[in-house]
Design a binder for this molecule. Structure first.
Ligand code: SF4
Length: 224
């Protein structure tokens, strides 16, 4: 979600409230103010009177998330909402969002490239490669015992998994062009376990209880 740069925060939030509930402007404003406070925003009344450019990046993201939470939805899909923020602000926002969605009973799909965010925030994870889910399961299972070579490559490339002073391990090659996908497994060109059977398209299958993998040769062995 992005904020409209030419409208004050109160205008945008009141409009969002009244689009779904028949509340007076005053009641809608009070609801907006309460939701900002729930998102850990200090001086919500002052923030309501601000234009987006008068807020910091972290504050803008908090306001955008507060707008998504105004109606206590069943599900929120958040696409890299904290990627541009520094780590401290990101950690604060993650903890506030986690607390709020738990309290409200909202499901949250958080799309991210950051495995530390996944480890700290999620219950379940779905790892995507070339537009498809290649591994899925509980965060603990997938991060502790990844079965797909791509998930293993991602985890092995984390700086914390590499020795100080040495080059970071990386997954060789590049992701395929989504407009001209290769036949068979999309990861085959980069995979050290690829064999003839990988010329076919693997279907997802449960290889461990609760852990589904799209691979002909899943396994715990370190591929990189
Ligand atoms: S299906 Fe084959 S090429 Fe694809 S990830 Fe598994 S082993 Fe590698």
């Amino acid at each position: 979600m992005t904020l409209n740069p030419v409208l004050r925060v109160d205008t945008q939030m009141i409009e969002a409230v009244r689009a779904h509930r028949s509340l007076s402007k005053r009641a809608a404003r009070e609801h907006a103010s309460r939701t900002l406070a729930l998102m850990g925003i200090a001086s919500p009344e002052e923030r309501l009177r601000a234009y987006p450019h008068q807020l910091s990046g972290g504050m803008r993201q908090r306001v955008a998330i507060a707008i998504a939470l105004l109606h206590s939805p069943d599900l929120i899909i958040a696409d890299e909402p904290t990627t541009a923020l520094d780590v401290t602000i990101q950690a604060q926002i993650l903890s506030e969002v986690q607390k709020l969605v738990r309290e409200q009973g909202t499901s949250l799909i958080w799309i991210t490239h950051d495995l530390s965010v996944v480890a700290g925030l999620a219950d379940d994870v779905a790892v995507m490669y070339a537009g498809r889910i290649v591994e899925q399961g509980s965060v603990d299972d997938v991060l502790d015992r990844p079965q797909h070579p791509y998930t293993q490559g991602l985890i092995n490339s984390l700086p914390s998994r590499n020795k100080r002073g040495q080059r970071l391990r990386q997954i060789p090659g590049m992701a395929p062009d989504l407009l001209s996908m290769p036949a068979g497994c999309a990861f085959a060109e980069r995979c050290s376990r690829a064999s003839e059977v990988c010329d076919q398209d693997p279907e997802p299958r449960e290889v461990l209880p609760g852990q589904t993998v799209r691979c002909f040769h899943p396994g715990a062995a370190d591929a990189y």
